[in-house]
Design a protein around this ligand. Sequence first.
Ligand code: FAD
Length: 384
Amino acid sequence: MDTPNTADIVIIGGGVMGASAAYHLAKRGMKNIVLLEKEEFFGTGATGRCAGGVRYQFSTEINVKLSLESLPMIERFREEIGQDVNYRKCGYLLIATYEKDATTFKNNVELQNRLGVPTQFLSGEEVRARLPLMKLEDAMAGTFNPKDGIVDPNSVVAGYISAAQKRGVKAVTQVEVTGICIKGDQVEAVETAQGQIQTHMVLNTAGPWAGRIGQMAGVEIPIVPVRRQMFTTNPLKEIPEDFPFVIDFAQSLYFHREGEGLLIGMSNQNEKPGFDQNVDEEFEFANLEAAIERMPLLERASRASHWAGLYEVTPDAHPIFGGSNLKGFTICAGFSGHGFMHGPVAGKLMSEYVLDGTFSTLDVSMLDLARFEEGRLIKEYNVV
Ligand SMILES: Cc1cc2nc3c(=O)[nH]c(=O)nc-3n(C[C@H](O)[C@H](O)[C@H](O)COP(=O)(O)OP(=O)(O)OC[C@H]3O[C@@H](n4cnc5c(N)ncnc54)[C@H](O)[C@@H]3O)c2cc1C
């Protein structure tokens, strides 16, 4: 498809946020929507490299509420969008090995239960009983919610893109945005390698690259890219089909069933911000050692695949929704490593903001860009 030269809105970035926003804007009847993706395929940024985990277990009310809106949208995805996304409710089991984490877990479960999420608090003994394949002598407590699980990210993006295109959205790949033209205090056009698109409205859904798009518009957006990586194993017959998404919280070490093997990842707390998406082999070895320590049968496992991607990290690990001091420049980015699951509702919220000037499904106005300057940060504890 040729790149159009005018648009009522240009959405920059075809990951889950851009795809969901394009679909929801078109569903509300907006015309002349253009979605630009720099890569050859949609969803090959953070979204296509993510672990696909979806959970209700967060430590802040707003994140739990985002999940309460978004995960049912994923459950209804096939019905609404016509695409199967393979939502596997295996539950997330978070493990605390320090007293302070166990105490915070207890408070988190209280918050989640108050909001209607049936998370259970587990003793160390109960954690060990549920995970007989793992070495967890130091587990002090755990939390488990059976409705958490895993979803296929590529199917979600593909579903939204094709539903958006059916509603007239011009979604194009291999078009990189290189600049934003401004007249007075208003967006005037978007520059691409293939030419200019006249528009008064831009939605920045560039994920880890959102700060760069901000720079093009002279808007400071505090989102930094931080590399995260994972690997998968070949089939392991010992892993039961209902093996949960297990997180050893203190080590940010996680395991979930992937095909007939496991997907294993760990966050490198010393990783410096940057755009490098190559696997750090040395850290992968450290990850493997930590994983074997927790699950000795992995000594016999072989690696099937590995890859790295970028978290899009904000100072308070919460996303940015809404406008900026530049008229027509809006943002939906900065989900800090847990945004795939919130993509469905995030796109819907941005369609409300763009068309009505307000968020009606859920009030996320506190997650505006101005909070960083004004010191209104809301810290999320459950970041992996
Ligand atoms: C290793 C890893 C594991 C993760 N695990 C989970 C998980 O289990 N659960 C979960 O919910 N989240 C997880 N996440 C986080 C999740 O992937 C992100 O929060 C989410 O995908 C962000 O979506 P996005 O659309 O904002 O960004 P992206 O998917 O990165 O999309 C942004 C797009 O913008 C495009 N772009 C950038 N610059 C330009 C430009 N100049 N012109 C045109 N296009 C441009 C990029 O190519 C990209 O496709 C994980 C992330 C990583 C890296």
